[in-house]
Design a protein around this ligand. Sequence first.
Ligand SMILES: Cc1cc2nc3c(=O)[nH]c(=O)nc-3n(C[C@H](O)[C@H](O)[C@H](O)COP(=O)(O)O)c2cc1C
Length: 164
Amino acid sequence: MDREPLDRNSILDAMRYLTHGVYVLGTRRGRQSNAMTAAWVMQVSERPPSVAVAVRDDRYSRDMVLESGTFGLSVLRDDQVNVATHFSETSGEYDDKLLGVPYGLTPGGSPFLLDCLAYLDCRVMDTARAGDHTVIIGEVTAGDTLNDSFPLIFDPTEYEEALR
Ligand SMILES: Cc1cc2nc3c(=O)[nH]c(=O)nc-3n(C[C@H](O)[C@H](O)[C@H](O)COP(=O)(O)O)c2cc1C
């Protein structure tokens, strides 16, 4: 092999084969709502049902989640790449990304998309530092399936502009 396997690009190339779904993480602090696209999401416990999401430290959503102690996850359908793009293109610091988007509030008060496959309502249980991200662990306190369809699987080639 002529490539050095410890090279950062080799590592990142290999990590592109990890599989993820695509979600919209919604949060609310006081009267302000915001939402961002998140793919680094996984289930981490069954009792209590819990998930973890890695949020980069400079995301506007991060402090909103940590201060409110709650967040919602809307599971996107396989035809909603445009929705994932919308919630990743700008920051809630400058734009109201939920303006004109039909959404509801979970029992915990977080925004979720009315047009999605399913949503989870989460209460922050714990956090962990992971390099430039904060891993936020949330107990899932409510959830509902809105649609009988297939989840969107993360394909980096569909977001080349947004992820550049
Ligand atoms: C498909 C996709 C998945 C993403 N997943 C994550 C993620 O898991 N964690 C993260 O911090 N940013 C992720 N992003 C980037 C954020 O969605 C983006 O930076 C967003 O504008 C942050 O919004 P905010 O500043 O309003 O919080 C993803 C972007 C795309 C296109």
